[in-house]
Design a protein around this ligand. Structure first.
Ligand SMILES: Cc1ncc(COP(=O)(O)O)c(C=O)c1O
Length: 365
């Protein structure tokens, strides 16, 4: 990175992380070991959940939860389109049909009212996404699921440390799925994921599915695959997890600083935090009608931004090949306007002030 540039986010590696990685290399024990088991327990504890089942990525964590909950051929799963494609692909791989619900533009998460209209005799599950770290409105979603006997799988891949209605998101829903991809609130310095649940049977099924459906070394009792998390990544994740609470707190403080500096500036919309929510700020996302020009201006000033996500899932070419075309007014508006500003636990107030100054300069022309 060139001095003076502000990246979208920085990676965190310290001596303890390096030592944890070297210890695994020296141990000669690389898979199915004590680190993955310990991370499962420690991450479940962090979420106040009873069980954690580690996985090779957030995507495979979602796949595990869906398969273990019995989602298969012909089953409909109500999902948002305002998300990363990884929310939806596991549904399709399992032979299910994603049914897209539009979003509430204040939280950018599934609108519970939309869900009600989409339920059919084929609906088996609802999969809300806690996008950007702001939880979906889980109270109403869980009530709808209970009224219609549906499973709820939360895509919490962006929401480590988020809370809704006083509970960590890892405990709300039948299963909650997390990603440890490098940019996330915590990472394993590579690919990794986790499912949390309070259901012992579900945890047991997921543990078998991620290991070829085996109940012991030589006996496969169900269809499974290799979705295991390697020891090297688990060991790094365990050190990262020790920092997670502080990092989320620091990101919240930094997000508040953006909010204060941008308050009253009407050219853009800043993120909302509902009174019942604790936003975990995976990313700090503003909305601008001139999103692409603003991003370009910031880039010329050495400020790097991101777009999460410019093409909603229902408009992806692959999805248009396999599912009927739908219109989602709010989701389409969302995709055209969102811009992620630099945010990580380490960003300084001075850097945030520079980003805001450049946003204001852009609009002053
Ligand atoms: C909302 C969402 N769902 C699913 C995933 C998939 O996670 P992974 O990249 O670890 O497979 C991600 C992360 O990229 C994500 O942001």
């Amino acid at each position: 990175m060139i001095m003076g540039e502000i990246p979208l986010c920085r990676m965190y590696v310290d001596d303890e992380i390096k030592k944890a990685a070297l210890d695994v290399l020296d141990s000669g024990w690389y898979v199915k070991g004590e680190n993955a088991n310990a991370l499962e327990k420690e991450f479940a504890d962090f979420c106040n959940a009873k069980y954690g089942v580690s996985a090779s990525s957030g995507t495979t964590a979602i796949f595990l939860a869906l398969q273990a909950l019995g989602i298969g051929k012909g089953d409909e799963v109500i999902v948002p389109s305002a998300t990363f494609i990884a929310t939806v692909n596991p549904v399709i791989l399992l032979g299910g049909t994603p049914v897209f619900a539009d979003i509430d533009l204040t939280t950018n998460t599934m609108d519970p009212e939309e869900i009600k209209h989409l339920i059919s005799s084929k609906t088996k599950a609802i999969m809300p996404v806690h996008l950007y770290g702001h939880p979906a409105e889980m109270k109403t979603i869980m009530d709808i699921a209970s009224d219609h006997d549906l499973k709820v799988i939360a895509d919490a891949c962006q929401a480590h440390g988020a809370m809704a209605f006083g509970h960590k998101v890892g405990t709300i829903a039948d299963a909650a799925c997390f990603s440890y991809f490098p940019s996330k609130n915590m990472t394993v310095a590579g690919e990794g994921g986790m499912v949390t649940t309070n259901d012992p049977e579900l945890a047991k099924s997921m543990s078998m599915i991620k290991d070829h459906g085996r109940k012991d070394k030589h006996t496969s009792v169900m269809l499974g695959f290799n979705f295991r998390l390697s020891e090297l990544h688990a060991a790094i994740g365990r050190v990262q997890l020790k920092h997670l609470s502080d990092w989320v707190e620091a990101k919240r403080k930094n997000a508040s600083h953006y909010n204060e500096l941008l308050s009253g500036f009407e050219k853009i919309i800043t993120p909302t935090e509902k009174s019942w929510a604790r936003h975990a700020y995976y990313v700090y996302v503003i909305k601008s009608k001139k999103r692409d020009e603003l991003a370009e201006h910031l880039k010329t000033k050495g400020i790097f931004t991101g777009v999460h996500y410019p093409i909603p899932v229902h408009k992806q070419p692959f999805i248009l090949d396999v599912l009927p075309e739908v219109t989602l007014e709010h989701t389409e508006e969302w995709a055209e306007s969102v811009l992620s500003l630099p945010l990580d636990p380490q960003i300084s107030f001075e850097e945030i002030e520079r980003v805001v100054e450049e946003i204001k300069n852009f609009y002053r022309g």
